[in-house]
Structures are given as C-alpha cells and as structure tokens.
Design a protein. Structure first.
Length: 247
C-alpha cells in the first residue's frame, strides 16, 4: 500500500526474561498508551490481561498488533476507545484524555469491533450511515454528504436501500467499515478488519486506510497470529502474556 513503510524486527527482553514494554515511537505521538494495566476476575482468580503496556503511535503511521485468542488485543483497543477503563495507566489521543475531553476525544476515534455485530437488521445501508453521522458528532450540514460519500467509497451504492439482514457477510463488513470511517476520524482502532472481505473488499479497505494515513491519521490494526496481512505496516508488534514486543 505504501512503499516507504517498513517492518521493525527484534524482540527486546528485560532482566526478568519477559518481553520489555515497547518504547515510545515519538515524543509527539498522536496516540499514547502509558503504563496500561487491566485485570479480569476477582480474588484468587484475578489475573492481568494487560501488563504495563506502553505504546506511542505517530501521525501517518500504521501499527500491526497480532496475538492469540485471549491475548489482550481487543481489551487494548477497547481501552483506547474509552469503552473500557484501565486499572492503571493513561491513554491520550491528540493530547486529549477521554475523561477530560470526552466529546473531542471520541470525534477523533474510529473503532471497528471484531465479528459482525453492531448493525440493525431492519435498517437499510443508507439509514445506517445517516444514523451514524448523527451520533458521531458530525455537523448537521456534513451528515448527508458524508453518508453519500461513504456509499461510493465502500462500493455500497447499489445496496443503499437494502436491509442489513439481507446483506452477505462481506457486504455487512463493508458497511461496518464505512461506519468506522464515516466521520473522518484521526485514529483508527481496527479489530480483525479483513473478516469476510474478498479481494475487492480488501482493496477498498486498503484505499481508505491509505487516505487516512495520508491526511495525518494513524491506524492500530489487530489480527490473529498467522493471518496474512493485506497491507505493509510501519511497525509490527505481538502481544503475549499481556505485554507488547516487536514481532
């Protein structure tokens, strides 16, 4: 997708033998995770799914994070969106915190969850886009143009009047991606975005990601270990035992 992108290699291990926390990528990062801890369970069954995660992502950068089931990928993204609070640590986007600047923080975020949820069965493709434009803090005058643009960019125009429950899995994924990109976020958190996409769908996704990076946004793309990646990333990371390291 971008010829100048490069993969970083070489794991860093601390004195205890665990992978060390990933060092910041930039002093002026667009996204910053600082000292993130998150536990699940209670009492003797309490365990840490994220352990002192530190990650900074610069503008114009695409980051890949891979990991097995239950490794913490989705938990990290949900913390980044503000859906889930960390037990310890801080997240900032464009210098803003979710707690201090809730509205401005979320205007900058696009989030695609894993799976195929989040659509209303009886709503048409166009109705989904118009509704999402309203709840994503877009100015009233920008909503319909943004919805029409998304129909074209994600090749959904022929399906504009079709209900979500009459779409194929791949078409549903295109609609979910169109909703994610609709409000022109600066930061994308993508959880297994290539799910059910054919070659044409992947090309549409690649173009949308490239455009976002070109205007100074950034992408954190999570996927299972071993999944073929359709784009080239600036940094490739792996999450194991709740810690990030270079892949």
């Amino acid at each position: 997708m971008r010829g100048d992108a490069a993969l970083s290699t070489g794991a860093v291990v601390n004195e205890s033998g665990y992978p060390a926390a990933v060092e910041p990528a930039s002093a002026a990062a667009l996204v910053s995770f600082a000292g993130i801890w998150r536990h699940w369970g209670r009492g003797s069954k309490r365990w840490a799914v994220l352990r002192d995660v530190n990650l900074e992502v610069a503008a114009g950068t695409a980051i890949s994070i891979v990991g097995g089931n239950g490794a913490g990928k989705t938990t990290l993204l949900r913390i980044g969106t503000g859906i889930l609070a960390p037990d310890r640590g801080d997240v900032s986007i464009d210098g803003l915190s979710c707690e201090g600047s809730w509205r401005e923080y979320h205007k900058r975020v696009g989030y695609l969850s894993a799976g195929d949820r989040g659509l209303y069965a009886r709503l048409s493709v166009r109705a989904h886009l118009e509704y999402w434009a309203r709840v994503s803090f877009m100015a009233r005058a920008d909503r319909k143009p943004a919805a029409e643009d998304a129909l074209i960019r994600f090749e959904l125009a022929p399906l504009a009047s079709r209900r979500a429950d009459r779409l194929s899995q791949g078409q549903r994924q295109r609609l979910r991606l169109a909703l994610t990109f609709l409000h022109r976020p600066k930061v994308l958190f993508l959880d297994e975005p290539r799910n059910s996409l054919d070659a044409d769908g992947l090309a549409v996704l690649n173009t949308a990601v490239s455009e976002l990076l070109g205007r100074g946004g950034c992408v954190i793309w999570c996927s299972p270990v071993g999944e073929e990646q359709p784009i080239v990333f600036d940094r490739a990371l792996i999450i194991e035992d709740g810690r990030l390291r270079s892949a």
